[in-house]
Design a protein around this ligand. Sequence first.
Ligand code: ATP
Length: 243
Amino acid sequence: VAVEVVPETGSTNADLLARAARLTEPMLLVAEHQSAGRGRAGRSWLSSSENSLTFSLAWKFEGGLQTLSGLPLAVGVALGDALGRLGVQIQLKWPNDVLKDGDKLAGILIETQSASRDSGGGTWAVIGIGLNLVMPDEVEALLGRSAAGAPWLARMDRDVLMAALLDALAEALRLFASRGFAAFSARWNLRHAWQGRPVVILDNGKVLQEGLAAGVDDAGRLLLDTAQGRTSVLAGDVSLRLS
Ligand code: ATP
């Protein structure tokens, strides 16, 4: 994995997406400060250099986009394992959030680009991660909701922390490439934040479905126990809320 650390950029995901066509090996881009971090569907990720870790990892997969379903969840499992080894216990919220004590500790954003035919085809996945180390009150006020930090990690050497996360991610991405999300679903379910809780699936604020959250299947779909029986929900741009 090629590694580059920059003092400041708008979005590490945007930078790596722009470079993906020319990459010949996986690449990690770490920004000491990220000024325009992105979330899903045009949402934003707030961070400050002292208080957070922001980076993206570009990784090439052999198959097309459809083979990557479940990847954000597998990345959540990898982060959970790595953070657990560092003494920080997290839970996962479907599809792409990492929670600590019920609040968001880290966000995962995956954007993709097809690799050119001359480079052998396949798909580049750019996996962006923002991890809160400390969460200042001012930032929570800006967000309009509470968020989590991991002060213990804030005291760790940043490079050591980054190396531990990169190791866990690389191992998980290799496993995902060979076995898909099925190799992660049981571990995802062990960390499921809202198991058995009543939830609603929202699409642009509109309630699409409601039921009890029952974990994920081997494709990464959320299982919902509804009045009509069990259904599964594919992660598009829907959001999940407790009801
Ligand atoms: P939601 O968490 O609302 O269901 P989502 O998972 O789609 O939505 P993302 O797009 O993954 O959200 O992340 C962007 C959202 O995360 C922002 O809209 C904001 O509410 C929240 N957010 C932004 N920065 C931070 C941060 N540093 N810590 C915690 N939460 C943040």
